[in-house]
Design a binder for this molecule. Structure first.
Ligand code: 2P0
Length: 353
């Protein structure tokens, strides 16, 4: 049957985001609702990004997905939530040239094939799920002619992975925790676009590209169950920091931005340590990087670099400008001289891969 032969597809590319005020802990595990607001910066789309192609065809027998070329299961609740939510928002699609017409109702019966690639290590604490689910939801939204804006789509991406909701926008983004039980008001808003503060240079020092031992999902569950420090953080510390961070971003105040970013990373890791059993994401190399940056910042009139670490040992270093970034690279090369002659795979402190 010739009419069954068509394929319609959309490709999208989404960068990952790095939180400067961290999300850690859920108040609802299924809907993925956080215990506090968070703020992130979305990276340049040319680096650390996910590229996803979504395709629909009447000849597809079931929904299938490939991640970095390997087929993965779509049976997980998070994929199913995203697919269900996005299908429920689908609209009519018509491609006259190809003679294709898909009605709203058809989307419930048609199957999808999804191919996704990360250009960086998956699950090494480099927020691969953030870019992944944001890209999936965005690409499906385009394919299915979903009319909703980025903020509304972010509430769908959130159900794939919390941090994903912040990757729907560039620049600086806030994930508002929301109050409603159904999670409809737990979504991302853009605080400033990518041009607002383009002096900043973000460097990622890959300390190890091995997969982390404790996934963010189970780590934060254990933190919520056992850490008293988390209660204090979510209720007392973060609400004030969010306001201060918004002001620092608005005023491009690097001194304040840097102090808040470093303090929040350190408190996030303190909360991990306060979990029972304790969770260690940073290693000795991460700690050395913190000491180097702290010492340098204190020797200058104003901080030059902010550091932040996610659920892994890799350092995200944010330099106030290109000059500071150049000096930072010089310092890193001085303290961590490359041991092999292959600078392309120069990984600080980890020669096991
Ligand atoms: C963040 N992280 O704000 C924090 C800081 C890691 C440390 O969001 O369970 O992969 O899928 O919602 O989004 C990592 O957690 O966890 C994360 P789920 P997610 O970026």
């Amino acid at each position: 049957n010739e009419s069954q032969n068509w394929v319609l597809m959309v490709t999208a590319q989404t960068p990952t985001n790095i939180a400067v005020i961290k999300y850690w802990g859920k108040r609802d595990e299924t809907l993925i609702l956080p215990v506090n607001d968070s703020i992130s910066v979305t990276l340049d789309p040319n680096h650390l990004c996910t590229t996803t192609t979504v395709a629909v065809s009447p000849s597809f027998q079931q929904d299938r997905m490939w991640l970095n070329g390997k087929e993965i299961s779509l049976s997980g609740g998070r994929f199913q939530s995203c697919l269900r939510e996005i299908r429920s928002r689908a609209c009519d699609v018509e491609d006259k040239k190809k003679g294709i017409k898909i009605t709203k109702e058809d989307w419930g019966k048609l199957h999808l094939h999804i191919a996704s690639y990360n250009n960086f290590p998956t699950a090494a604490g480099l927020a691969s799920s953030a870019a992944g689910f944001a890209c999936l939801v965005y690409a499906l939204g385009k394919l299915m002619n979903v009319k909703e804006d980025e903020s509304q789509l972010s509430a769908v991406a959130r159900q794939g992975s919390g941090s994903a909701c912040r990757s729907l926008y560039g620049g600086f983004v806030k994930w508002i925790m929301g109050k409603e039980e159904n999670g409809n008001d737990s979504l991302a808003v853009q605080l400033a676009d990518e041009k607002h503060w383009d002096d900043l240079v973000i460097l990622i020092a890959v300390v190890s590209s091995r997969q982390k031992e404790t996934s963010s999902t189970s780590g934060m569950r254990e933190t919520v169950e056992t850490s008293l420090l988390l209660q204090h953080r979510a209720k007392e510390v973060v609400p004030k920091r969010i306001l201060q961070m918004e002001e620092a971003i608005r005023n491009r105040d690097f001194t304040s931005f840097s102090k808040l970013t470093c303090a929040d990373s350190n408190q996030f890791h303190a909360v991990c340590l306060d979990t029972s059993p304790p969770i260690f994401y940073m290693n000795d190399t991460s700690h050395r990087i913190i000491s180097i940056v702290e010492k340098w910042n204190r020797s200058e009139e104003a901080p030059q670099v902010a550091y932040t670490f996610d659920a892994g040992p890799n350092a995200v270093l944010i330099a106030r400008n290109r000059k500071a970034a150049t000096l930072l690279i010089q310092r890193l090369l001085y303290y961590f001289p490359p041991s092999s002659d292959d600078l392309n795979s120069y990984i600080i402190g980890d020669n096991s891969i």
